[in-house]
Design a protein around this ligand. Structure first.
Ligand SMILES: [Fe+2]
Length: 272
């Protein structure tokens, strides 16, 4: 399928999976850098800082590390990856040519992991009326695309294809409110092989569950944004660390350009 056909699948089914959104050499570098990040967080060599990187706590077992592009990690390969042509060519048909950050997080989970059925719309939006839900699905996060890229085989994500553009079913509603790991008819377990990337719409009903017997989960989770779109507070998340003075000079192009675009719009909202 070409980029336009994949974009069509994204709009209809809420996702597409490709094997070549990262160059093989870069994949190897990303994996070894990610294991080093795990060690640096675990050993306390890089610690969570109020205005610096985000590791999830001090000297903790890492789970979600969101400061991967921070110079404290000394792993410039993550910022390089965000600007790599192999990746960005899949984003252009959906977002256009002008991009802004965005994120690249590391999901590194050695132990058990479960995250119940939800859409990425916040817990307050799990019980909406038909009108409110459809309005939200039609507008929310339409200007961004997120993805997971497996650094080791990763079968943890489940999605309900097509659910990003329709009202929830009774069963989905029940699962989102009361039965977080219940079965949903039509749900798909995404079995990503190392190096595969799923680009997917967070409005899709989805969950995460690590199967018994699986080794470490080690996946990158990224997002980039169409810079023609207005800045939304829903982009904000935990971005204060990205205002640190040492970040920008450490970024290569075009990631530095994404950063500048982000900063122009976000600085007053994030810092304020
Ligand atoms: Fe989610």
């Amino acid at each position: 399928m070409d980029g336009q056909e994949l974009a069509e699948q994204y709009r209809n089914q809420g996702y597409f999976i490709v094997v070549d959104a990262v160059e093989p050499d870069l994949l190897d570098l990303l994996e070894t850098a990610a294991w080093r990040v795990v060690d640096k967080v675990r050993s306390g060599a890089v610690v969570d800082a109020a205005e610096g990187v985000r590791t999830g706590g001090e000297g903790v077992e890492p789970q979600f590390v969101s400061g991967l592009i921070a110079p404290e990690f000394d792993e410039p390969v993550f910022a390089e990856y965000l600007g790599s042509e192999a990746l960005v060519r899949y984003l252009r048909p959906l977002l256009g040519d002008e991009l802004r950050l965005g994120w690249v997080h590391l999901c590194a989970i050695a132990g058990d992991y479960q995250c119940g059925w939800h859409r990425d719309v916040g817990p307050a939006n799990r019980d909406n009326t038909y009108e409110k839900e459809m309005e939200m699905l039609g507008t929310y996060r339409k200007h961004m695309v997120k993805w997971h890229m497996a650094l080791v085989d990763d079968p943890c994500l489940w999605i309900v294809p097509g659910s990003q553009k329709r009202y929830r079913t009774e069963r989905e509603h029940q699962c989102m409110l009361q039965d977080p790991q219940g079965e949903i008819p039509g749900a798909l377990r995404v079995e990503l092989e190392r190096g595969q990337t799923i680009f997917w719409d967070g409005n899709t009903v989805h969950r995460g569950v690590k199967p018994e017997g699986m080794g470490d989960r080690l996946s990158l989770m990224g997002g980039l944004i169409d810079h023609r779109a207005e800045y939304q507070d829903s982009e904000k998340g935990d971005q204060l660390w990205m205002l640190a003075d040492n970040l920008r000079p450490s970024l290569p192009e075009p990631t530095r350009g994404y950063y500048d675009s982000w900063r122009t719009l976000a600085e007053p909202r994030v810092a304020g």
